[in-house]
Ligand binder design. Structure first.
Ligand SMILES: [Zn+2]
Length: 146
């Protein structure tokens, strides 16, 4: 298992916006611990996107292996390369608990994309994501983006 960048301060705020430190939140999932719920997996995938520029290989690898094998792209692709992810809001969760096998999470992820030009690239990614649990691991399957 790849180690997290030792330069990264584990006491800093987790990008997923839980209000917790990175060390107490998404770090353990990035380091290989199974996320207990679909929402935890979703948050950790958002955090991986937000941290991507720090270590594309590591965080891209996390996105890749938390994606269901039948739907994941050959290479982990960012939905908006170059964007800075600024905020995550969970709008709703259905299923996805520790003893369930399927779940959905609806969220809005806000971003700024400096390459997007005159609008200063502010935008929102609204998605209803589907997840399933298999062998104790939650996987992202796909989602409806609206
Ligand atoms: Zn987190």
């Amino acid at each position: 298992m790849t180690e997290i960048d030792p330069e990264r301060d584990p006491a800093q705020r987790c990008p997923c916006g839980s209000g917790d430190t990175y060390a107490a939140c998404c770090r353990r999932f990035h380091a290989g611990a199974p996320a207990p719920t679909a929402e935890a997996l979703m948050r950790s995938r958002y955090s991986a996107n937000a941290l991507m520029s720090e270590d594309p290989g590591f965080f891209g690898g996390y996105l890749h292996r938390s994606w269901a094998p039948e739907t994941r792209p050959a290479l982990a692709v960012l939905s908006r390369p170059g964007a800075r992810w600024t905020r995550l809001a969970i709008l709703g969760v259905s299923g996805g608990g520790p003893f369930e096998t399927h779940g959905t999470v609806e969220f809005v992820a806000s971003y700024e994309d400096p390459s997007a030009g005159q609008t200063r690239g502010r935008g929102r990614h609204h998605e209803l994501s589907r997840f399933r649990r298999e062998s104790g691991q939650w996987f992202y399957i796909d989602g409806d983006v609206t």
